[in-house]
Design a protein around this ligand. Structure first.
Ligand code: NAP
Ligand code: GDP
Length: 348
């Protein structure tokens, strides 16, 4: 049985990856942050109480800003594979929290790599390391973007991801570590954070449809993204660590759509006269925008045998369906007298 350690297990991708690895028979360990409220919603379905014998998923407290803690977890878990998915992952928020984003995303990755380097030098089990890179690193570079496209980051988040990418490359070259960078284009799901534009749209449409919300406020509708399904993308992460040598791979569908196209398709599928409910709010514009991301993932398809299974219309439909169900649950709770608070439209 292989052992995997996931930084960022409570996030969208961490939850899909944990499920994938558990299904493959891995012993899965994840690092979670201490919070004053529970933050394990996305993994609760696969979590088993550690007092039960059949528990194969184990959670440890840690934070990418705390290198000592990361070292301790690695020494304790003795992983075969580490997936570094932990990040302050919101581009708009990174303009407000630039230093924090750099500390977690860039220096956090460095801390993890330093820990792995020392762990192996001290005779620890060989570790394979996956670094979660982003298409945001390409920023203003024109599409299609592939592994040879020069980075042109346009936000503190993207700059930090570029630094993390190069730390990873450097540790591979300097110390011979098995470190692979996935350069993943946007990937969404019913578990996507509710302040990313796709989920913000489907969440609002579900609530508007049921009369629980009237308006959806958005920023730039012209930006184009290459949107895939998160469940497909975590497979690519795993495949990278099964390859015979470490490398860097773009993971994308190869198709791009504008925010407006996503909104139109989701609105039509919801059966709503959606235009009546959507307004622009300047607070959601970014100080510097990324206009067009469309990935060329031929290398991952050729060398890893990866390909996406869920296309754009299916992705939109599954998110709308899920969020309509969620809105129905909220309405039932509200009708039963529970206080249902929704802050979606107020945030990034
Ligand atoms: P996400 O839902 O925002 O999850 C981020 C995870 O990182 C969460 O588990 C979060 O914990 C954790 N985290 C945040 N700050 C941390 C810290 N200081 N120390 C330890 N953990 C911390 O992001 P995602 O969509 O799953 O994305 C996974 C990774 O891929 C991220 O690195 C992201 O930047 C990158 N990426 C994502 C996309 C995409 O389209 N989804 C595309 C390219 C790259 P809490 O749950 O406690 O907040
Ligand atoms: P990103 O590609 O990682 O920045 O993912 P997001 O889902 O946050 O944003 C995708 C695109 O949608 C960006 O070009 C945003 O400017 C645009 N966008 C338009 N309105 C909104 C909004 O209200 N929230 C967010 N998050 N993005 C928006």
């Amino acid at each position: 049985m292989k052992t995997a350690l996931i930084f960022g297990i409570t996030g969208q991708d961490g939850s899909f990856l944990a499920e994938l690895l558990l299904a493959k028979g891995y012993d899965v360990h994840g690092v979670i942050r201490r919070a004053s409220t529970f933050n394990t919603d996305r993994i609760d379905a696969v979590y088993r109480d550690p007092h039960e014998n059949r528990a194969t998923m184990h959670l440890h407290y840690g934070d990418m800003s705390d290198g000592t803690g990361l070292r301790r977890v690695i020494a304790h878990v003795q992983p075969d594979e580490i997936y570094n998915l932990a990040a302050q992952s919101h581009v708009r928020v990174s303009f407000d929290q630039a230093e924090y984003t750099a500390d977690v995303v860039a220096t956090g990755t460095l801390r993890a790599l330093e820990a792995v380097r020392d762990h192996m030098k001290a005779g620890g089990k060989p570790v394979r390391f996956y670094q979660a890179g982003s298409s945001e690193m390409f920023g203003a570079a024109p599409p299609p973007q592939n592994e040879s496209t020069p980075f042109y980051p346009r936000s503190p988040y993207a700059v930090s991801k570029v630094a993390a990418h190069w730390y990873a490359v450097n540790y591979r070259e300097a110390y011979g570590l098995f470190v692979s960078n996935g350069i993943l284009f946007n990937h969404e799901s019913e578990r996507r954070g509710e302040t990313f534009v796709t989920r913000k749209i489907t969440r609002a449409l579900g609530r508007i449809k049921l009369g629980m919300q009237d308006k959806l406020y958005l920023g730039n509708l012209d930006a184009r993204r290459d949107w895939g399904y998160a469940g497909d993308y975590v497979e690519a992460m795993w495949m990278m660590l099964q390859a015979s040598r470490p490398d860097d791979y773009v993971v994308a569908t190869g198709e791009s759509h504008s925010v407006l196209e996503f909104l139109e398709l989701a609105g039509e599928y919801s059966g709503l006269d959606w235009k009546k409910h959507v307004e622009t709010d300047a607070r959601y514009f970014r100080p510097s925008e990324v206009d067009h991301l469309r990935g060329d993932s031929s290398k991952a398809r050729r060398e890893l045998g990866w390909s996406p299974k869920i296309g754009f219309p299916a992705l939109v439909r599954l998110m709308v369906d899920y969020d309509l169900d969620l809105a129905k649950q909220e309405r039932t709770l509200a009708e039963a007298g529970h206080r249902v608070v929704f802050r979606g439209s107020a945030h990034a």
